[in-house]
Design a protein around this ligand. Structure first.
Ligand code: SF4
Length: 217
């Protein structure tokens, strides 16, 4: 029986995160699917921005959108301007820095993003066929795979635990809660690893590589 952790309450279901992870692996296919959404009046980049904003509780800075989507800041500026004109996103002041704005979904934008990003829900039902231990092992492997693809520059960077400066891999003896998040000061199991986190702070090299080696070790 696993010890309780703060992450038990704060984590989204593991099956859901596995589905989100698979959707990241298939990002290039998803981008093509967004092109089919042209009939909905969205460009692929506009669709990607909506999908990314759907994963954030607080909204994202334009610079973060550019980094996660591997596009230039002017592209993000133009895309956000178009989405604002469609009533799908709005800009709000960032409470932590009044000089910076956050891009957040409007109610209309959230509905549009959910309608267009139904693939993870579809995958969730297939993933739930696996038993919880199988799901955890699968998720751990998936995180390794995504992290490797990111390091190789094959897919855009996402705000995941294994690249976060607050992540402490394999520091606890409990095999079910071997990792630790220094930001939330809580132990974590593979089932708690996040693929997108608002508190993520990208670790710099060589710490990031050493961290990944300790995680996979
Ligand atoms: S702050 Fe970092 S280590 Fe903690 S949950 Fe978020 S991404 Fe993971």
């Amino acid at each position: 029986m696993a010890k309780p952790s703060r992450f038990d309450d704060e984590s989204t279901p593991l099956a859901q995160r596995i589905a989100v992870g698979l959707s990241k692996v298939g990002l290039s296919l998803k981008f093509q699917a967004w092109q089919a959404a042209g009939a909905r009046g969205l460009s692929p980049t506009q669709g990607q921005v909506l999908a990314l904003l759907l994963t954030s509780r607080t909204g994202l800075r334009p610079s973060t959108l550019a980094e996660r989507l591997a596009v230039t800041p002017p592209t993000v500026t133009d895309t956000v301007k178009a989405l604002v004109a469609k009533g799908l996103v709005e800009r709000r002041a960032d409470a932590s820095d009044a000089r910076v704005s956050l891009v957040v979904l409007t109610a209309k934008g959230r509905a549009e993003a959910k309608a267009s990003a139904s693939w993870p829900d579809f995958l969730s039902s297939a993933v739930e066929v696996m038993a919880p231990p199988e799901q955890e092992a699968f998720f751990r492997g998936l995180v390794k795979m995504i992290s490797t693809l990111q390091r190789e520059g094959q897919i855009p960077v996402s705000a995941m635990c294994v690249t976060c400066t607050h992540f402490r891999p394999n520091v606890h003896k409990d095999p079910l809660l071997p990792h630790h998040c220094a930001y939330l000061d809580a132990p974590m199991g593979a089932r708690h690893l996040r693929l997108e986190c608002d508190e993520h702070d990208e670790a710099a090299e060589p710490a990031r590589s050493e961290q990944f080696a300790a995680f996979t070790g």
